[in-house]
Design a binder for this molecule. Structure first.
Ligand SMILES: Cc1cc2nc3c(=O)[nH]c(=O)nc-3n(C[C@H](O)[C@H](O)[C@H](O)COP(=O)(O)OP(=O)(O)OC[C@H]3O[C@@H](n4cnc5c(N)ncnc54)[C@H](O)[C@@H]3O)c2cc1C
Length: 448
């Protein structure tokens, strides 16, 4: 990497950038430095580990450079009595796991991969398996140091510039460059997870089991087979978990193993309907212990076992579609949505269904009380049409989609599902009247 003063320019790229789904791939490159303050002065966007699936972390058309935060990864302060931590935005959850879990601390909310940065967790206001209990990550964020569009560095919190703070939680990097984050960690009873597994025969049973478990388990998530039809439609496997008590925990610390590489790009179409059907049937029937104490990494981050697993989708890439359907629609709404997916041939290895608790205070945060459904869709000629249909269904049900996953939603659909949008855009305009901070996603959805 050639050095430009303190700034390292990442030339390990063919000047193309993409999100995790590799749809779209756009011209662009990252400027990386340990000094995030320096490299965010004149770029339109900051990006973390690139785990947003779509175009949220990509430069807008005409922009090329984005700041890459990953070298700015220091822990700046840690209060080991109260668990308050200040870190640079590029610190990853992987590093936090290694540094703090042995000391009995962990982030109160974690997404399904540990290869995310703290800045990315704030910008997407990520949620985990415990949303019904602990809300999004933003609920635990105390303050932020942010470089705003006019170049100033601003401290914000629920007391100081509260509008800017709340617009930044889930604001997909559009209010400014997050430089440091101060947030509360959670004390864990041991570094191991106590897990219970339940196989459920259809979608109604699945939804009932999800609701019942949410009353007594802090973490719930499940996978359903979105290709099964008729009486077994929505059959699946529900995982319930909590941190194990010291007397239940295994001996020693659950260290992180090496990832299995996926060293080459699979051909397009390997993950067609027949493969997914076979996988789903096998996964459903796989024998599993009903109760067990398990390693937290495969529990929280099952996909991290393989590096570059997105390559199995082939050069055309894939998109992940995630929506939340409000609780008021009940099982019927979830059933209607799944019928649409099955009819539209939305074969997905991963159809993950979880419970969302009440909406948080992040102005564009994704979750609202109801059911979240996420599915991976290999890109095909008709994927845009399927996404349009799913969005129309979500609008009719009063739900919304998750921007961290999105690549294909149309602006009119997003507006129809997001009643908080005008307030968010007003805050954005106050701090950035010339529209300097932008992404490929913001230009696609909001025009700037
Ligand atoms: C396998 C997998 C599982 C996932 N599971 C979940 C899940 O369970 N729950 C969930 O909520 N999400 C989940 N996600 C999505 C992921 O948590 C978010 O997309 C997260 O934002 C990625 O963090 P990142 O550091 O890679 O950010 P990037 O992908 O690089 O960026 C994401 C957004 O954050 C902005 N951003 C990043 N850093 C900064 C900064 N310093 N300042 C300002 N803006 C910034 C970017 O501009 C962009 O808009 C998952 C993703 C994957 C690949």
């Amino acid at each position: 990497m050639p050095q430009l003063g303190a700034v390292a320019v990442n030339t390990n790229t063919t000047h193309r950038l993409s999100g995790w789904g590799r749809v779209p791939i756009v011209p662009g490159y990252e400027v990386r430095s340990e000094n995030l303050d320096a490299i965010t002065r004149d770029v339109p966007l900051t990006r973390g580990l690139g785990r947003a699936y779509g175009d949220a972390a990509l430069p807008a058309p005409g922009d090329l450079r984005v700041a890459g935060s990953v070298l700015a990864d220091r822990i700046l302060a840690f209060d080991s009595a109260g668990g308050l931590l200040t870190a640079e935005a590029g610190l990853s959850l992987d590093e936090l796991y290694r540094a703090l879990l042995p000391k009995g601390w962990f982030t109160p909310v974690t997404p399904g991969t540990r290869f995310v940065t703290v800045g990315g967790m704030v910008a997407a206001d990520v949620h985990g398996k415990n949303h019904h209990v602990d809300g999004c990550f933003g609920r635990h964020v105390v303050s932020l140091r942010l470089r705003v569009a006019d170049g100033r560095i601003v401290h914000c919190s629920r007391e100081e510039h509260p509008d800017l703070f709340l617009a930044t939680l889930g604001g997909m990097g559009l209010t400014g460059h997050i430089l440091d984050v101060t947030f509360r960690l959670a004390r864990v009873s041991s570094p191991w997870i106590y897990q219970e597994v339940e196989r459920v025969p259809d979608i109604d049973a699945y939804m009932d089991a999800l609701k019942t478990s949410a009353k007594s388990w802090p973490m719930t998530v499940g996978w359903i087979d979105c290709l099964s039809k008729g009486a077994s439609m929505g059959r699946g496997v529900l995982l319930k978990g909590r941190w194990a008590e010291p007397h239940e925990a295994k001996q020693g610390f659950p260290t992180l193993g090496a990832q299995i590489p996926v060293p080459f790009m699979f051909p397009n179409g390997v993950l067609g309907i027949p493969t997914v059907k076979a996988f789903n049937a096998l996964y459903y029937r796989l024998p599993r212990p009903h109760r067990a104490v398990v390693h937290p990494a495969p529990y929280f981050y099952p996909l991290d076992v393989a590096r570059d697993w997105h390559r199995v989708y082939g050069p055309r890439g894939f998109t992940q579609y995630q929506c939340v359907l409000p609780a008021s629609g009940g099982h019927a709404a979830v059933r209607r949505f799944l019928e649409l997916v099955t009819r539209g041939g939305g074969a997905s290895f991963l159809c993950v269904i979880k419970d969302c608790g009440p909406e948080g205070d992040g102005m564009l945060s994704f979750p609202k009380e109801g059911t979240s459904i996420a599915l991976d869709l290999a890109m095909r000629d008709d994927t845009q049409r399927l996404v349009d249909q799913m969005n129309e269904c979500v609008i009719a049900e009063g739900g919304r989609i998750y921007l961290a996953k999105d690549a294909l939603t149309r602006p009119e659909h997003f507006r129809a599902m997001e009643s908080r949008l005008d307030r968010f855009l007003a805050v954005r305009r106050t701090w950035d009247p010339d529209g300097r901070i932008r992404s490929a996603q913001s230009v696609r959805l909001f025009g700037w």
